[in-house]
Design a protein around this ligand. Structure first.
Ligand SMILES: [Zn+2]
Ligand SMILES: [Zn+2]
Length: 108
């Protein structure tokens, strides 16, 4: 009996949202807003096919990347993480990696 978490589950709560790209309800995630016509701003949602078609990054994934990058490379107030840069993830780094992986799974 082995429990794997290969497939993402959201505890039964499926985030159905209005996809602003194909204009319909779908399981969608908030995405980075890239100058969509007039007045960029606010949060838009895109379903998976549209994210692939239009090469959109889901915001949580984007933030997870940024947090990891800041941890690895420093962000002005924090110095680069020495253990993580030597491929020995520190506890904080391990959490950030796990968070990123989780978001990437959710993007699939
Ligand atoms: Zn869509
Ligand atoms: Zn670290």
């Amino acid at each position: 009996m082995q429990e794997t978490t290969d497939t993402p589950h959201n505890d039964g709560t499926v985030p159905v949202q209005w996809c602003s790209w194909h204009k319909g309800m779908a399981v969608a995630r908030p995405v980075q807003i890239i100058e969509q016509g007039e007045g960029a701003g606010g949060t838009l949602y895109a379903c998976r096919p549209c994210r692939i078609t239009y090469k959109l990054d889901a915001l949580p994934t984007w933030f997870a990347w940024e947090a990891l990058f800041n941890h690895l490379g420093g962000d002005g107030t924090n110095r680069p993480c020495w253990p993580c840069n030597r491929f020995e993830p520190c506890p904080e780094g391990a959490v950030l990696w796990a968070a990123l992986r989780q978001e990437q799974e959710a993007d699939k």
